[in-house]
Design a protein around this ligand. Structure first.
Ligand code: FES
Length: 122
């Protein structure tokens, strides 16, 4: 089970209508092959750490019936919702099983290996 992590205070906001960067703490807080949910700027975001170490980020609430996607099973391409097994592409947020799409976020790690999430317009 994942626990929701509050967004850690570091946010760089470019102002209204622009994107913002959020530093969410060390990548190691997410075990390889798992996800964690974060509250970021009033949004619930699931950050996934793939087995190759790369990161993906999608909205954390399943559009089907609100399932916790950070608790889903992932492989290199999709996350599967734990409630009714809808699948979502980790790169695009689009469902491969007919559910509605998820919001996709840009996510990287910085030189100190902190998760850096971008919200808003790019
Ligand atoms: S709530 Fe996610 S598949 Fe039903």
């Amino acid at each position: 089970m994942s626990t929701e992590q509050p967004g850690l205070g570091m946010t760089y906001d470019g102002g209204p209508g622009t994107s913002a960067l959020h530093v969410l703490g060390p990548v190691e807080q997410i075990p390889l092959g798992e996800g964690r949910a974060f509250a970021v700027g009033g949004q619930q975001v699931a950050v996934f750490r793939l087995r190759d170490g790369s990161l993906r980020a999608l909205s954390a609430v399943c559009p089907h019936r609100g399932g916790p996607l950070a608790d889903g099973t992932i492989d290199r391409e999709v996350v599967i919702c734990p409630l009714h097994q809808h699948a979502f592409d980790l790169g695009t947020g689009c469902s491969t099983t007919g559910a509605g799409p998820l919001t996709r976020y840009q996510v990287t790690s910085d030189e100190e290996r902190n998760i850096v999430l971008r919200t808003g317009q790019v």
